[in-house]
Each structure stands twice: as structure tokens, then as C-alpha cells.
Design a protein around this ligand. Structure first.
Ligand code: BG6
Ligand code: GLC
Ligand code: GLC
Length: 924
């Protein structure tokens, strides 16, 4: 084509021809224009079909349908609530991707008082084309430079600035400050960014720039900024609609409908990413030849087909293609084109908006066309206006169909027949194009008549909203710091655990030697584990754990058979008088005997008594002090077997033959030892915690004899009562200790066992609430109630399969209303407390097995540990954490943990059986 004259007009080639395939070229101009524009007409039925089809895609995506992939993505944004209006502070906002080739930086001050506003400062920077299409690093470096330049002009320091990043492209968000770009849209195509966390890329660039210390606190889509910045009217604004370079919407969805989230309460903001909607069935009939050409010539061919009919980047382009076609057909501009008309991007949204404006008048249209290098004739202005109107009307109608789909979705998810809702609108198409909103409104009314929609223009192009999200994110980040600080003392290093192990070893040695030590290392007079030859029927009592039990244990050739019954010990009895307690025990035995038809028989009885006792023989145990929840008077310093016999005496009707008194650790070891001869350690992690093990008799100063073994009840719950654990003790341990019935006692037990972990968590939660980190800083009476937070809650909360839903259910049962962030933090508190407990317990076991190995002078020891206790058995991770710690701290011991299935009553019966066998042998 030849250029003519200074206008740069290009002459048409010969007679009118139709470059756009399939379009005839009638000679009548008006007809041709009409025919061309007819293609842009969308019927009500087509709009309804788009609405239905988009709604289907949205619902499939929410359900997590993988195949076929739904036409829209429905991306969760980590924004869980609309603003409270109380957010405050100064924030830097960086906007990238909403408005074509420009980047905006804002300084936003939130006043913290609803309705009070301060105008933000802002600056726009044009992104050079080569940056939009170059390496990703170059784009982010450019952004960091713009930030610096903007901040240089402000009276702000260079430290501690908090930034909200509005990044308007489809992203998979995994946190408020973590977002992976799925694919570029609109005019961007920088290399090395897709699949990367854009927040990290920005942080890296800011660091490379080096001038300002800026914390990138939150990343949001422009639709979210638009929604969040909306001044709340009568109700909150729960939809954000953007028609700028591209188009998209976000809305507040019920979290339980979003399959990818593990949340069943509350709402979450979903970015629909409707620009990618391209259902062939629905869109096919409305796509024109110009849409196909536009797509073909775009950077992202085949993608974002819906956006390409609505977004501002494309409206000018569609008009250009139509005008070029009509010019080539000889209908417009005397058949002449111009370089601007033939160049991609030659006509911009601004041109279209202005030309379409009915008030513009023919002269203005003329002037614009001339600016585009065209030489319009008198009739051209009107035709051009028709073209602009047709393209824009279609865009507004399609956008309305999509918005109607979102409104239908809201109606479905909220199960409401009618819906009153505010939609925040943002983007240059709304700002510059006067008719767009009115067509949109009209069409929405037709497509969703049951919805009463008010449209509210966004504040500062969404900058305010981004600042709101940033304020929330900054508050959450500050809370996280406080949480980390609070939990730090619970997190023990390997060195700290090794020190606990070493101290335990030292205390064991001292205790065995009879020197001052917090470990009493009590001889039990159990010299061997069972050999399998034991036989007979025995009664057993089991006192000191969660349940008090009476058992009938039949040891026969075929194995051990147990019948048992649980009786309650009311707190008033456990903490009443000794006589009352032992009378109650005997009452329970009598009841059991009657029910089992054993009345009148005097079976040998083994008594599992899970408290520290000095033993001088198997059937003698002087209670040193009560532990756990017991505190019956006049028992400490007394022989428990005597107390039981006296109670039997008071209840003249029964005769009982008490043969042995056994600690639960010993019962457990014996019970497991019946199955596995390697079982030489007994461990309890239940209401209390303790361990016993087989020691060389020669090491036990208080018992005569140099050969053979004796089981030692370590009473490790008291470890640290001499102050040696104070380095590890947190303020919460101190509170739990102070509030207990035995302050200063059982310090190791109070960090590990079931009676106390719930309390440690409760005290920690109280502290975090007082810092404002949890429950919005609201203290409740319930949480201040002692023992309200049971240790079994830790097990339930930490069980992976139930996760955060469980936390919510438990805490709400306690009358605490919590957000999903609260739920996560409570889970972390539970994890920190139970992890420390398991690790300390592991350090104790490591000390014990290492002692056994060294006693025997072995390079490697293979040993089994019999374990019982509700915490160990019910907690989902406790046992594996104990085992891992033992592997770490006692690498030369191969330790197998055996869970006792029958409780320590069976072990007590076995100890009794052995004693009876030995007694018979001596009689013979
Ligand atoms: C049981 C024993 O199996 O474990 C009790 O029979 C022991 O004697 C108990 O005290 C420890 O667990 P908990 O959780 O009941 O204290
Ligand atoms: C594009 C982006 C989307 C954005 C929209 C409006 O569709 O993919 O994330 O919200 O443009 O800017
Ligand atoms: C307490 C008791 C101890 C018992 C342990 C486990 O620590 O003092 O004897 O073994 O609890 O029940």
C-alpha cells in the first residue's frame, strides 16, 4: 500500500474487498455497517445461557472437580471477612496489572474510625513494553525502583514500611502473603514468573534495590481490593467487580462450599477469574469473526476468551478491527486506512469511550479520528459511534451475565430466595465509559430480577481496600510474632534434651546411692520378670490412674483371663480422710466379689498402688507422699497394705489376703514381660508419669546383696523438684504448679502428664488472649476455669484427620467464639505443649536405657519398654515423638515400645503369683 501525503493515509487496494473472511460486502454503506454490527447483538436467551453455563463452571470449580477442568478457577484469597472499619496505620500499596501498562504506588493512611478518610498520595509509572515482555527480574526491579522513587518524595523513614501488593493476575494463593502466578493475562508475558511466588520475587527485588526496608505483608487481586475498599452502605459489600484492562469479580463464599479449604464455617473471598471463561457451547454463538482475529493476534492465544470481549485492553482493539474492515470494504473513510488503524493497539479504550459518548458530537468524533490519522467523511462519525456503541454494549451485557451468575451463586450458597447485595465496581471502563454501568445495571435486572443490587464505585481504584487487607495481614503477622515468642520456651533443642538426659542419669545414680536426689529410686522387691510358670486365680486392685478398678485375674496354661470392673473415686473421697478412702476401696471389692460369686473366698490379692512408696518387702509399702489428684489425710508415712488390712478388718464380712503392693509402672512392665522377656522397663504416661526398670542389685545401696536384679521404681515425676529443671520451666508451668494441690512437687510430671497438659495449654491461651492475639482479646469466664481444657482435647485437636474443624468444635463447646486464625493458633499451642512433653519423656527413657546398657557393659542394648497411660495411647503423635527422641539421644540402644493392653492389674496379679509360688516353695 502506498502512503498518501502527510496524513499517512493508505489507499485501499482496488475495489471494495472484504478481508474478514465470510463477510459479504454489500454496496450500501449503511447496510454493511448494520450487518457488521448485527454480529455484536446478543439475545436475552444467549445471555441467560452464558449466565447458566458460567454458574455451572463456578460450582464445579468450587467442588474441586478436576476433569474436565472447569472453565473458571474460583481461587480462594485468604480474605475471610469484609473490613470492620477499625483497621488503622500507614501502608504502601503497589498495584501491578490492573491498568494496562502502568504501575501505581500509593501511600494510604487508615484512620481506624469508620467513615473517617484521608486522601492517599499516589503516583503512576508507565511500564515500558520491553519490561512487560522481558525477564521477570527486570519487571520486579522496575517495580522496586518505582517504589523507591515514590517514597523518596515522601517524608517517611526508610524502615519498617508495610506494603500491600495488588497483583491482578490469576494466582494460587496459599497465605495472605504467598501467591503463585498461574499464568500471565492481558498484555504481560515476563519470563520466569509463572509458577513462582510473586511476593518473594517482589521482596527479592526490594532487597536488591536496598534503599528501603519494606515488609510485603499481603498480596491481593484487584477485585479483592475493590471489594474491601468499598465504603459499607446499609450492609457490607460482598462482591468486587473490575472492568479495567481485563475483567474479573470476587465475592464472599461460604467456606464449607470450597472443597480445597479445610473449613466448614465462615466465609472466604473467592476470585472467580471469569476472564478465562470460554465454554464453547455458551460463548460460541456470540463470538464474531473480529473476536477470533483479536484472539489470534493476542499474546495469549486461545486463553481469556471471555475477557477479550469485555476488558478495556480489547474494546479499542475490537473497534479498530471493525473499522479497518469497514474501511477496507470502502464503507468508511473513503476506503482509506491509516497506520494507527492497521496497528495493533492503535485505538485505545479512551478513544472508544469518548467517541461513544452521546454528548461527544460529530465534531469531537471527527477530531479523534483525525488524530488516528484518518480522514473521516461527514457520515463516518455516526457509523463509528454505532460501532463503538455495539462493541461496548455487548461488553456490558456479557459482564452483566457473568455478574448475574455470581449473584445466583450467592443466592444458592446462602439459600436465599431474594438477595440484597452491594457490588463494588472498579476499573477504567466504569470510570471512563458512562454508559457501561447503566447497560450493566439494566441487564442484571433482567437476568437476576430477584436480586436487589446496589453498585458502589470503589475508593482510590481499590488502593484503600488493599491497605485494609494489609492492615489485617500486618495484625496477623504481629500476632504470629507474639505467638512464636510465647511458644519459644516450649521448643527444646537437642542440646537441652541431652542435658535433661544427663541430669537424669546423675540423679538416678545419686538416688540409688541414697544421696540427696530428686529421684527416689525406690526398690520394689520385684527381682525378676515372670517366667510363664505362674498359675492360679488372683484378685487385683488398681488405684491411682484415671480409673479405680477391681479385677479377677486367672493365670492358666492357656494364658491370662481378666474380669474387671471400674469404680469411681469421687474427688471428695480422694481428698478426704484416709479411713474413708480405704473403706470405699473395700466396699468396691465386696461389691465385685458379690457380682463375681467370689464372696467368702480369700484369693491372694495384688494391689497396684500408683504412688511413691518405700517398700521393705513385696507386701509392705509406706506411702511417701500423695501425687496427682489424691490427698487423703493420715496416709502419708503409713503402710498402705496395713491401711487396707485395717479397712478389711472394719468390714468384718470379708477376708482378703494382700500379698503384694505394686507400682503401676512395675505392673505394666510385668504385664508386658509376660509376653516379651526383653521387657525390662515400665513406663506410664497417663494422669501422672513414671518409669521403672531392672537395675543391678549391686547398685542399689538400700538393699543387701550383690548379685541379681531388682526393679526400681524411679518416681521420675519428682525429677527436678530440687530446682534442676528451672531452666526449662515456663511461666505457664509455674502457674500450673502454683495452682496445684502440691506446689513445688512433681515438676517433671507437671510438664509431661495428662493431669497437667490441658492446664498448661489453658494458661498459655489465657496469656495469648491477654496479648490480644487470641479470641480478639476477649477473656471469658469459661477459659479462666481450672481444668476446663482437658488433656484429651489435645489428642483430639492434634488428630490430623479432624484438624481445624475439631479445634473449632471443641472451643465453641467451651463457649469461645473463634476465627479460623484462632483455631490454627490453638492447634499450634497444643502441638508445642505436647511435643515438649513427649521429648522430655523421651529424654528420660534415653537415660534409663543407656544406664541399663552401661550396667551391662554392652556395645548395643536391645530392650523393650512396656507402656501404659491414656496420654501415650490416645495422643496421635506422642508415642512416635518419644521413640524419635530416644533414637536421637540413645543411639546405641534398640528400643521397642510395647503397649500394655491389660493395664497394670494383670502385672500386679503376676507379681502376686510369683510371690505365692516362692512362698509355697519355702513352705515345702
Ligand atoms: C493403667 C494402669 O493401665 O494405666 C493404671 O492399670 C495406671 O494403674 C494407668 O495408673 C495410667 O494411665 P492413666 O491414664 O489411667 O493415668
Ligand atoms: C485479569 C486477571 C484478573 C484480574 C482482572 C482484572 O482477568 O487475570 O486476576 O482481576 O484481569 O484486572
Ligand atoms: C505418679 C505416681 C507414680 C505413678 C505415676 C503414674 O507419678 O507418683 O507412682 O507411677 O504417677 O501413674
Amino acid at each position: 500500500m502506498d502512503s498518501i501525503g502527510s496524513l499517512g493515509l493508505q489507499q485501499r487496494e482496488g475495489a471494495p474487498s472484504c478481508p474478514q473472511e465470510g463477510l459479504p460486502c454489500p454496496s450500501n454503506s449503511s447496510e454493511l455497517v448494520q450487518e457488521c454490527l448485527q454480529q455484536f447483538k446478543v439475545t436475552g436467551a444467549q445471555l441467560r445461557q452464558i449466565q447458566t453455563s458460567l454458574l455451572d463452571s463456578m460450582e464445579q470449580a468450587l467442588k474441586g472437580q478436576a476433569s474436565p477442568a472447569p472453565a473458571v478457577r474460583m481461587l480462594p484469597t485468604y480474605v475471610g471477612s469484609t473490613p470492620h472499619g477499625t483497621e488503622q496505620g500507614d501502608f504502601v500499596v503497589l498495584e501491578l496489572g490492573a491498568t494496562g501498562a502502568s504501575l501505581r504506588v500509593l501511600w494510604v493512611t487508615l484512620m481506624g474510625i469508620e467513615g473517617h478518610k484521608m486522601e492517599p498520595r499516589s503516583q503512576e509509572f508507565v511500564i515500558p513494553q520491553e519490561v512487560m515482555l522481558g525477564p521477570g527480574q527486570q519487571l520486579f526491579d522496575f517495580a522496586a525502583r518505582c517504589l523507591s522513587e515514590f517514597l523518596d518524595a515522601l517524608p517517611v523513614g526508610n524502615q519498617g514500611l508495610q506494603l500491600g501488593f495488588s497483583f491482578s493476575f490469576p494466582c494460587h494463593q496459599t497465605g495472605l502473603d504467598k501467591s503463585t502466578l498461574i499464568s500471565w493475562t492481558k498484555g504481560f508475558r515476563c519470563s520466569g514468573v509463572e509458577g513462582q511466588d510473586v511476593v518473594q520475587l517482589l521482596r527479592d527485588a526490594i532487597q536488591r534495590q536496598g534503599t528501603y526496608s519494606i515488609d510485603v505483608v499481603a498480596v491481593v487481586n484487584d477485585t479483592v481490593g475493590t471489594m474491601m475498599g468499598c465504603e459499607p452502605g446499609l450492609g457490607p459489600c460482598e462482591v468486587g467487580l473490575v472492568v479495567d484492562t481485563g475483567t474479573n469479580a470476587c465475592y464472599m463464599e461460604e467456606a464449607r462450599h470450597v472443597a480445597v479449604l479445610d473449613e466448614d464455617r465462615g466465609r472466604v473471598c473467592i476470585s472467580v477469574e471469569w476472564g478465562s471463561f470460554s465454554d464453547d457451547g455458551a460463548l460460541g454463538p456470540v463470538l464474531t469473526i473480529f473476536d477470533h482475529t483479536l484472539d489470534h493476534e493476542s499474546l495469549n492465544r486461545g486463553a481469556q476468551r471471555f475477557e477479550k470481549m469485555i476488558g478495556g485492553l480489547y474494546l479499542g482493539e475490537l473497534v479498530r478491527l471493525v473499522l479497518a474492515h469497514l474501511a477496507r470494504c470502502g464503507v468508511l473513510f473513503g476506503g482509506y486506512t491509516s497506520p494507527a488503524l492497521l496497528r495493533q493497539g492503535g485505538i485505545l479504550l479512551e478513544h472508544v469511550a469518548e467517541m461513544e459518548d452521546p454528548s461527544a458530537g460529530a465534531a469531537r468524533v471527527h477530531a479523534i479520528l483525525q488524530d488516528l490519522g484518518l480522514n473521516p467523511r461527514a457520515s463516518d462519525a455516526e457509523f463509528v459511534q454505532h460501532v463503538c456503541a455495539a462493541v461496548c454494549t455487548r461488553a456490558a451485557q456479557l459482564c452483566a451475565a457473568a455478574l448475574a451468575a455470581v449473584l445466583s451463586r450467592l443466592q444458592h450458597s446462602r439459600e436465599q430466595q431474594t438477595l440484597q447485595i452491594a457490588v463494588a465496581t472498579g476499573g477504567r471502563v466504569f470510570e471512563r465509559h458512562p454508559r457501561f454501568l447503566s447497560i450493566l445495571q439494566e441487564t442484571v435486572m433482567l437476568l437476576a430480577p430477584e436480586c436487589d443490587v446496589s453498585f458502589i464505585p470503589s475508593v482510590d481504584g481499590g488502593g484503600q481496600g488493599v491497605a485494609m487487607v494489609t492492615a489485617v495481614a500486618a495484625r496477623l503477622a504481629a500476632h504470629r510474632c507474639l505467638l512464636e515468642e510465647t511458644l519459644a520456651p516450649f521448643r527444646l533443642t537437642r542440646e537441652q534434651l541431652a542435658a535433661v538426659q544427663a541430669q537424669m542419669r546423675e540423679a538416678m545414680a545419686k538416688g540409688l546411692q541414697g544421696e540427696a536426689s530428686s529421684l527416689r529410686m525406690l526398690p520394689t522387691y520385684v527381682r525378676d520378670t515372670p517366667d510363664g510358670s505362674e498359675r492360679g486365680d488372683f484378685l487385683a486392685l488398681d488405684l491411682g490412674g484415671t480409673n479405680f478398678r477391681v479385677l479377677l485375674v486367672r493365670v492358666a496354661t492357656g494364658g491370662v483371663q481378666i474380669t474387671s470392673q471400674i469404680y469411681s473415686i469421687p474427688e471428695c473421697v480422694a481428698q478426704g480422710s484416709g479411713q474413708q478412702l480405704f473403706d470405699h476401696i473395700v466396699d468396691c471389692i465386696v461389691d465385685f466379689q458379690e457380682k463375681q460369686g467370689l464372696s467368702g473366698q480369700s484369693l491372694p490379692l495384688g494391689f497396684t498402688f500408683s504412688f511413691p512408696c518405700t517398700q521393705l518387702g513385696l507386701d509392705q509399702g509406706i506411702l511417701l507422699n500423695w501425687t496427682k489428684g489424691f490427698n487423703a489425710s493420715d496416709c502419708e508415712g503409713q503402710d498402705v497394705v496395713c491401711l487396707l488390712r485395717e479397712a478389711i478388718g472394719r468390714r468384718q464380712a470379708v477376708e482378703l489376703n494382700v500379698v503384694a503392693i505394686v507400682n503401676d509402672t512395675v505392673g505394666t512392665m510385668m504385664s508386658c514381660g509376660y509376653e516379651d522377656p526383653h521387657c525390662e522397663v515400665g513406663l506410664i504416661v497417663g494422669t501422672g508419669t513414671n518409669a521403672c526398670y531392672m537395675e543391678e542389685l549391686r547398685n542399689v545401696a538400700s538393699v543387701d546383696g550383690d548379685s541379681g536384679h531388682m526393679c526400681i521404681n524411679m518416681e521420675w515425676g519428682a525429677f527436678g523438684d530440687d530446682g534442676s529443671l528451672s531452666m526449662l520451666s515456663t511461666r505457664f508451668d509455674a502457674s500450673v504448679d502454683q495452682a496445684s494441690i502440691n506446689p513445688g512437687k512433681q515438676r517433671f510430671e507437671k510438664m509431661i502428664s495428662g493431669m497437667y497438659l490441658g492446664e498448661i495449654v489453658r494458661h498459655t491461651l489465657l496469656h495469648l488472649t491477654s496479648l490480644g492475639v487470641l479470641f480478639r482479646g476477649q477473656q471469658t469466664q469459661r477459659l479462666q476455669t481450672r481444668d476446663i481444657f482437658k488433656t484429651k482435647f489435645l489428642s483430639e485437636i492434634e488428630s490430623d484427620s479432624l484438624a481445624l474443624r475439631q479445634v473449632r468444635a471443641i472451643l465453641e463447646d467451651l463457649g469461645l467464639s473463634l476465627t479460623s486464625d484462632d483455631a490454627l493458633m490453638v492447634l499450634e499451642v497444643c502441638q508445642a505443649v505436647s511435643q515438649r512433653a513427649a521429648q522430655l519423656c523421651g529424654a528420660g527413657v534415653a537415660a534409663v536405657v543407656e544406664k541399663i546398657r552401661e550396667n551391662r557393659g554392652l556395645e548395643e542394648l536391645t530392650v523393650s519398654v512396656g507402656v501404659d497411660g491414656t496420654l501415650y495411647k490416645l495422643h496421635p503423635h506422642f508415642s512416635s515423638l518419644v521413640a524419635a527422641t530416644v533414637r536421637e539421644l540413645a543411639p546405641r540402644c534398640v528400643v521397642t515400645f510395647l503397649q500394655s493392653e491389660d493395664g497394670s492389674g494383670k502385672g500386679a496379679a503376676l507379681v502376686t503369683a510369683v510371690a505365692c509360688r516362692l512362698a509355697q516353695m519355702t513352705c515345702v
